[in-house]
Design a protein around this ligand. Structure first.
Ligand code: GDD
Ligand code: MN
Length: 382
């Protein structure tokens, strides 16, 4: 990793955590870049102009994933005029999230900003992003396109819908109006030793979730990039889904265990049916024997899936013990299902066998909850 720097600002004093005293107007602006030389040529003077006008002193930390597009030459040219740091990451594969973390780890000022380097996050919004942190009113600010005063310029209907949909997916774990935003300012002391492990571009969302600090959203107008092309491809989108999953697991661990438990249950049902049909049709095995064998296969599959996926965090050591408790729980679960079903059919519904399918489904739901609690508390308990 190469780096060149010229900094006109001294290291700020260490800060205590989660206190709301005001900070100096000193920021470290982290710019992750991949092939943005053309944008940087105009963006750097623009950021300088805005910040100088607002009497904010700053350092720019450009983290370049070895673009080889003239970024290094540009920084060399501008370094005598502006307080620039250039980090060239020569690590494969390139990574926006790792670049952002690298930049933040080098930030020396009391406020850190992360923004795109293609004019999509217009520098004009920098003072509004920074001031709530400086004044001590917020620990982190997030630029939002979807709150009053915010907006997007020139986006197709399809892009708007897909952006809204990806934000919607995060609503269960974040109150942000714009959870997929990439524009933030934060108290540097809060992020320097925060354990983060972003699996996608959504570093801002991960910080907001892990920080548990005071969040303020700031309306911004997201503009089309000035030069070049977006690097947001399908791989990035897929990584976002994986990232979301891990953030849901972090935030709502038991809910996510239940979700996984249900997936495993559906899988088990498929295995059960497949084995049953195969034994009956393929091998001429009798129904009852086939059903028992199918149940045995399905329950064993589910045991492993639940042990090593659903409840992997429990680190169960025993095998036989946990296997038999699991099978027992499932057995009692079957009883729960039958009892609920017959209770519904005989009394509450008072409708005889007409609604047997509905009653059965409700029995399955009750049994699933029972099995889940039983598995969590008995079979896979630590
Ligand atoms: N170092 C580094 N490495 N920087 C990267 C990489 C990489 O692999 N990929 C992209 N960048 C930089 C770009 O150079 C740019 O400064 C910034 O990250 C955003 O990348 P774009 O390619 O311009 O992404 P976008 O405009 O499609 O997406 C932006 O808007 C989305 C909202 O629609 C980002 O801000 C997303 O986070 C945001 O969700
Ligand atoms: Mn962009």
């Amino acid at each position: 990793m190469k780096s060149s720097s010229k900094l006109s600002h001294s290291r700020s004093s260490p800060l205590k955590k989660l206190e709301s005293f005001p900070l100096k107007k000193e920021v470290s602006v982290v710019l992750p870049v991949y092939q943005e030389a053309k944008n940087l040529e105009y963006l750097i003077p623009e950021i300088d102009r805005v910040l100088v006008e607002s009497e904010v002193s700053y350092e720019l930390i450009i983290v370049d994933d070895n673009s080889q597009d003239g970024t290094e030459e540009l920084v060399e040219k501008l370094i005598s005029k502006f307080p620039l740091n250039l980090i060239v990451r020569e690590v494969e594969p390139r990574s926006l999230e790792k670049s952002v973390l690298k930049g933040l780890s080098l930030a020396r000022n009391s406020v850190s900003v992360v923004m795109d380097a293609d004019f999509s996050h217009p520098p004009a919004f920098l003072p509004e992003m920074i001031m709530p942190i400086v004044s001590g009113d917020a620990d982190i600010t997030v630029g939002s396109r979807y709150m009053k005063g915010g907006g997007i310029e020139n986006w197709s209907f399809l892009r708007r819908v897909s952006s809204r949909a990806s934000g919607f997916l995060a609503k269960g774990i974040s109150k942000l109006s714009d959870p997929t935003s990439g524009f933030m300012a934060v108290r540097s002391s809060l992020v320097s030793d925060l354990p983060v492990n972003p699996k996608s571009w959504k570093v801002v969302l991960e910080f907001v979730i892990r920080l548990n600090g005071r969040v303020k959203e700031v309306p911004i107008v997201f503009c089309d990039r000035r030069f070049g092309e977006s690097k947001l491809d399908n791989g990035v989108k897929l990584a976002y889904l994986r990232h979301l999953w891990s953030l849901y697991e972090l935030r709502l661990p038991t809910v996510m265990e239940l979700v996984k438990f249900c997936f495993v249950g559906l899988f088990g049902l498929t295995v059960d049916t497949t084995v049953l049909v195969a034994l009956v049709e393929g091998f001429g095995v009798g129904y009852l024997l086939a059903a028992s064998l199918a149940f045995g296969v399905a329950v064993s599959c589910n045991y492993f899936l639940n042990r090593f996926w659903t409840f992997r965090k429990m680190n169960v050591e025993s095998f036989l013990g946990s296997f038999f408790s699991y099978v027992s729980v499932c057995g009692i679960g079957l009883l729960v299902r039958l009892v609920v079903m017959s209770l519904l059919l005989s009394s509450a519904f008072n409708s005889g066998e007409k609604f047997y399918l509905l009653a059965s489904l409700m029995g399955v739901a009750a049994a699933t909850i029972f099995n889940f609690i039983g598995s969590k508390v008995f079979a896979f308990a630590k």
